[in-house]
Ligand binder design. Structure first.
Ligand code: AHG
Ligand code: MN
Ligand code: MN
Length: 357
């Protein structure tokens, strides 16, 4: 299609807003400013070593992770790009211990913004795709400063979510609860153009993504699932599987949106203080919302991830998402008693849940 004929993110949002005649425009301002933040971050990421942005920042975040310079730069860009607009009551980020209060000099708005400003930080210095993830919730109707409690809403209450991926192209993938649409940044115009309308995750797949170095810490249902995939044609699944691991969840989510697949960062026993690796409120829930809106599924293994009642701002959780039938199979493995006499490793020929090839 002639790029001049494509619709921009702005046009897309204005047309969406017409479905809600009473809408004030705040919601669109919020999403357009988030998109602007992502464009700014894309420029920083693309400059790489030339921009002096690679390497560690010499600081540690509330979760004990070393912060990269780009983690902090991206966090500041999100904060300063959104604090002035009058549409937010507060923000929360992977890189900040406590919620951010909107300064008194700006009006207080009706929404809360949560974000992982830079996802996949371990990939920054090696020039592999990274991204930003965001989630929008409604704020309580009060004039009080926001508290952690205000952000502890289940994923089903998100009003918008999405991510930007900084890869060979920069893309913004967005849901406002009416399907999922993908926009590619046009470098000439500096505009996100609708290039991937109505994205849909294929229900079936033969590709999975998991950090196999953690396999000794996995729970039985995950060991069983992965071993059955690895057994391929000769095992209970009756077909060969392919494996990927990028270590940028945004990049894995994007691949799965484009061609299907299943992603697992399950609950494991590696560190008893961490029942999972990924954070519920600004990683699992927004990606879960995108997946479910695209016809996929997102789960802890035991329940839909968006049904989880959050207990703290930086809560971690086991996360499994992607092609619906595969996630449902993994859920059945979690919710059923393990099959008897499983050999170790679990390359079994027969399975209670044998699926058609
Ligand atoms: P972040 O860079 O925001 O801390 O998130 C990284 C996450 C996620 O993107 C990825 O799937 C996972 O951590 C990678 O973890 P491993 O290094 O354990 O593979
Ligand atoms: Mn992350
Ligand atoms: Mn991050």
């Amino acid at each position: 299609m002639n790029p001049d004929m494509r619709i921009t993110l702005t046009q897309f949002l204005i047309e969406e807003r017409r479905r809600f005649p009473g809408a004030s425009g705040d919601f669109n301002s919020l999403l357009l400013n988030v998109a602007l933040c992502c464009k700014r971050i894309a420029r920083k990421v693309a400059a790489g070593a030339l921009g002096g942005v690679l390497g560690g920042a010499g600081a540690v975040n509330v979760q004990g992770e070393s912060q990269q310079k780009l983690d902090l730069i991206s966090n500041t860009l999100f904060i300063e790009g959104n604090n002035w607009g009058g549409y937010l009551a507060g923000m929360a980020s992977e890189e900040m211990d406590a919620p951010y209060q909107i300064p008194d000099c700006y009006p207080r708005g009706r929404y809360l913004l949560l974000f992982d400003p830079l996802d996949g930080s371990s990939n920054i210095d090696v020039n592999v795709s990274v991204g930003s993830i965001f989630s929008v919730l409604r704020a309580p109707e009060t004039e009080q400063p926001v508290t952690e409690q205000d952000f502890l809403q289940s994923g089903t209450r998100q009003v918008a979510a999405g991510y930007a991926i900084y890869g060979p192209t920069t893309m913004l993938v967005l849901t406002v609860g009416n399907g999922v649409n993908g926009f590619t940044l046009c470098p000439q115009l500096g505009e996100f153009m609708l290039t991937h309308p109505r994205l849909s995750v294929p229900a079936d797949t033969s590709e999975f993504a998991i950090n196999a170095s953690n396999s000794r810490f996995w729970e039985e249902p995950v060991k069983r699932y992965v071993n059955e995939c690895m057994a391929g044609r000769t095992g209970s699944r009756g077909r060969d599987f392919n494996m990927r691991w990028i270590a940028s969840m945004v990049a894995e989510a994007h691949r799965i949106l484009m061609r299907g697949g299943v992603f697992l960062y399950p609950r494991d026993s590696k560190d008893s203080r961490m029942p999972g690796r990924l954070r519920l409120l600004y990683e699992a829930n927004p990606i879960g919302f995108v997946m479910e809106q695209a016809g996929g599924r997102a789960s802890t293994g035991r329940q839909p991830v968006m049904d989880v009642a959050p207990s703290s701002l930086h809560q971690r959780i086991g996360l499994i998402f992607g092609s619906r039938h595969e996630v449902e199979l993994i859920e059945r493995y979690h919710n059923a008693p393990p099959p008897m006499d499983l050999p170790e490793p679990l390359f079994c020929e027969r399975s209670l849940f044998r699926t058609p090839a």
